[in-house]
Design a binder for this molecule. Structure first.
Ligand code: SAM
Length: 265
């Protein structure tokens, strides 16, 4: 029995409004597919695919692609995105901690800001490596804990309901030393890079308004404090705006993210 059933159900609800934010992650998807060195004919899995931005980018490059996500509303949009792009992708509702594929299925397994939300990193990474062929490539984009989104996660953890014991913060995946440790001896040739993410906004509060309606962790704060504790909600919003202000200049909130690539031993 999965001890995190409730937690994952809350995640699924939280992420169900994410589709408009795909506009922010589309450029990073191209960077990830480049970093993973995806080639025509590769069999690729995108874990936590959301609306399919990395999956569709890989499919347009000639890969044979499967995309898996916890949230059916996002897979619906992914299907529509693939149809518009004119590519075939096999979409699957599922959990990064329990991938519904046999051992050694894929040449490449990627995740863009996706597998980091699985509550047990060691389970998710073991699953991603299990379904990868020996010599295959695992690659992902993650948020550094010291930059905007990593610190925003810490803020939502401060104001939100406490997660069940054992759930580790997603931004730990943005620390290269943690990534090395989690991949461990199962991989060789660990390679890091950095990408830049720029989000247009008219002010830090304007950025927050969009995030409140779309980003799972923030949406859950609004849901939990909205009616029960307006003062605490106002404090959250004020802290968010100060934090976003640190990264806001010339109508852009900018930060970098970590790209990782490794080869399964
Ligand atoms: C920030 S979104 C990223 C989506 C997409 N990869 C992108 O770059 O636009 C996080 C995604 O992770 C998914 N997710 C969260 N927990 C998951 C889990 N345990 N298994 C699979 N997907 C999960 C969410 O449903 C959501 O689509």
């Amino acid at each position: 029995m999965d001890p995190f059933v409730e937690f994952k159900a809350a995640q699924r609800r939280g992420w169900s409004h994410f589709a408009p934010l795909e506009i922010q992650t589309i450029p990073a998807a191209a960077a990830l597919i480049n970093h993973a060195r995806v080639r025509t004919g590769d069999h690729l899995l995108d874990v936590g695919c959301g609306t399919g931005v990395a999956a569709i980018t890989a499919a347009r490059r000639g890969a044979r692609v499967s995309g898996l996500d916890l949230t059916p509303e996002l897979l619906e949009r992914a299907r529509e995105n693939a149809r518009i792009a004119g590519v075939a992708v096999e979409w699957q509702e599922g959990d990064a901690e329990q991938l519904p594929y046999p051992d050694g299925t894929f040449d490449v397994v990627v995740s863009q800001f996706g597998h980091i939300f699985a509550p047990r990193p060691e389970v998710a990474v073991a699953e991603m490596l299990r379904v990868l062929k020996p010599g295959g490539t695992i690659a992902f984009n993650t948020w550094p804990p010291e930059l905007f989104i990593g610190r925003m996660f810490a803020l939502t953890a401060k104001y939100g309901p406490p997660p069940p014991p054992g759930v580790l913060p997603p931004a730990l995946w943005g620390d290269p030393s943690v990534v090395r440790e989690r991949l461990g001896a199962a991989v060789t040739h660990v390679t890091f890079d950095r990408g830049e993410l720029h989000v247009a906004a008219l002010s830090p509060a304007h950025h927050r308004h969009a995030t409140e309606r779309t980003a799972g962790p923030v949406l859950r704060i609004i849901e939990s404090l909205g009616t029960s504790d307006p003062e605490r909600l106002a404090a959250f919003r004020a802290e968010y705006d100060v934090l976003a202000g640190e990264f806001f200049e010339h109508n852009v909130v900018r930060q970098s993210y970590l790209l990782t690539r490794a080869t399964k031993a």
